[in-house]
Design a protein around this ligand. Sequence first.
Ligand code: FMN
Ligand code: SF4
Ligand code: SF4
Length: 259
Amino acid sequence: MSRRIHAAVFSPTGSSKRMALLLAEGMAKALQAGVELHDWTLPAGRERPVRLAGGDVLVFGFPVYGGRVPEICLPCLQALEGAGRQAVVLAVYGNRHYDDALLEAGDMLAAQGFTVAAAGAVIAEHCIAPAVAAGRPDASDLELLAAFAASAAQAAAEGRNVAGRLPGVRPYKTLPPSAPARPSTLASCTRCGACAQVCPLGIVGRDDPSLVGGGCLRCCACVKFCPQGAKAFLDERQEAIRTWLEAVCRDRREPEFFL
Ligand SMILES: Cc1cc2nc3c(=O)[nH]c(=O)nc-3n(C[C@H](O)[C@H](O)[C@H](O)COP(=O)(O)O)c2cc1C
Ligand code: SF4
Ligand code: SF4
């Protein structure tokens, strides 16, 4: 069987999936390989095992949450069997910072038996504050990502290991205490059910989308994909975070790559 680039992604609002797939496709082109997507965003996708063969390469694409790898990805990562294969990490973040996320992802993949050949941190619209990094990734970001794909393919082919050079600090950044969150549903809701379909936790009621269960990630998928603009976080905490992000993330950050 020919070599495959496995793009494993968690991506509630779609940016990480888009960018990880572009990376995987670029690598596949350079290595004359195929691409297989493992979408860990929805509960059913997180149940499906990832089967790697021979010289297959893993691309792990995820959004940075609180400077870390989203906790929801951990069981999927822990089920992977690297067996000395190569992996490439792509952290996607909303122009604040990625803090320890690359280091953490690299450590996790190494613990599963992968060699991390290359890693990147790239910028996309901040899902909580869409005015931050609006329009990212742009043409310049995508050009840099395409060049990185070619370099990452070469690094994987040569069996390089970038693990010792990933930025970040151990122990990793402490996550803020979890506060209960629940998006509101406005009167313009037509009960189309789109928000229930995209929720990574399946906590939005399918019959009554205004009923939202506990454990919300604040991932904003329901907000982004509601065709009526009828889902929104109206709580003071989310409003304060949005205002803070808009104030402190004004300066454009550029993609960073580690090879
Ligand atoms: C709970 C949460 C925490 C986040 N933390 C960070 C962060 O620490 N730094 C940052 O720059 N962006 C942060 N973001 C923004 C996301 O990383 C960014 O919007 C990303 O593009 C979302 O990826 P997706 O489109 O694949 O869902 C956070 C978003 C959420 C929902
Ligand atoms: S996606 Fe929007 S309109 Fe559709 S059910 Fe959800 S809140 Fe209502
Ligand atoms: S209810 Fe929470 S976890 Fe579900 S899609 Fe909306 S923001 Fe994400």
